[in-house]
Design a protein around this ligand. Structure first.
Ligand SMILES: Cc1cc2nc3c(=O)[nH]c(=O)nc-3n(C[C@H](O)[C@H](O)[C@H](O)COP(=O)(O)O)c2cc1C
Length: 215
């Protein structure tokens, strides 16, 4: 494979920053809706985002998660609080998240603080999931080393019998995170790599400024 020859032109019309709302969450909602409505294939998940966190040692980790909520403050996903990401967030509550919608030639990037969602939000989401996923969340000590797949499957069966006919309780170590951005960038691929980049930066008193960046 000659990686240097992998090349694609982004021939999109760009976008008019003046038509974006004055704050980034409204702009994100508009772009997300466009991405979701134009998604060409069910195998693309418009709500998949790469989330980066860093631990106290300064090492950075990045992984995909699924966006499960948008509030006026930011974006939410759900996970295991004892996972590697959970441990990093506990010591360094900062995160970056990035969406890529290749069928539109668009990227959106969030950077800011991250905090746990309230328990009621986690309860609501957990119980809205299929029962198999609820058991799966309870089975998995996410990011811990395990001996074999059989261990997981055995515990899955035990929990299925234990909770038969009952509601599965939300595990203590499972729930949501809320990324509350201080910076959100909207990127639109254009011809000859002269892309459009508009960044919103939260200034004092919570007001947002909007600037154009060089591609
Ligand atoms: C498309 C996609 C979506 C994912 N969504 C989630 C998610 O919403 N929550 C989650 O905990 N892990 C999700 N994962 C798994 C994570 O990428 C990761 O393996 C896991 O959270 C453990 O990460 P950590 O060890 O850095 O904590 C997803 C993976 C992919 C590829």
């Amino acid at each position: 494979m000659d990686f240097k020859e992998l090349r694609k032109e982004y021939e999109t019309a760009g976008f008019d920053p003046a038509r974006l709302p004055e704050e980034p969450i409204g702009a994100f909602r508009q772009w997300f809706q466009a991405a979701s409505e134009s998604c060409p294939d069910a195998s693309f998940e418009a709500n998949a985002m790469a989330v980066a966190t860093a631990g106290a040692d300064g090492n950075v980790s990045c992984r995909w998660v699924l966006l499960k909520g948008v509030t006026k403050l930011g974006i939410q996903f759900f996970t295991n609080y004892d996972s590697d990401k959970g441990r990093q967030i506990a010591t360094n509550p900062r995160a970056a998240a990035s969406f890529h919608w290749p069928w539109l030639g668009r990227q959106v990037r969030f950077e800011g603080a991250i905090e746990k969602t309230d328990r009621a939000t986690s309860e609501n989401y957990f119980h809205s999931r299929p029962r198999g996923s609820q058991i799966g969340a309870m089975v998995s000590r996410q990011s811990a080393e395990i001996g074999s797949r059989e261990e997981l499957e055995q515990l899955q069966q035990e929990l299925e019998s234990r909770f038969e006919g009952q509601e599965i309780p939300l595990p203590e170590n499972w729930g949501g995170y809320h990324i509350i951005p201080a910076r959100v960038e909207f990127w639109q691929g254009r011809l000859n790599r002269l892309h459009d980049r508009i960044v919103y930066v939260r200034e004092d008193q919570g007001k947002w400024s909007k600037k154009r960046l060089a591609p």
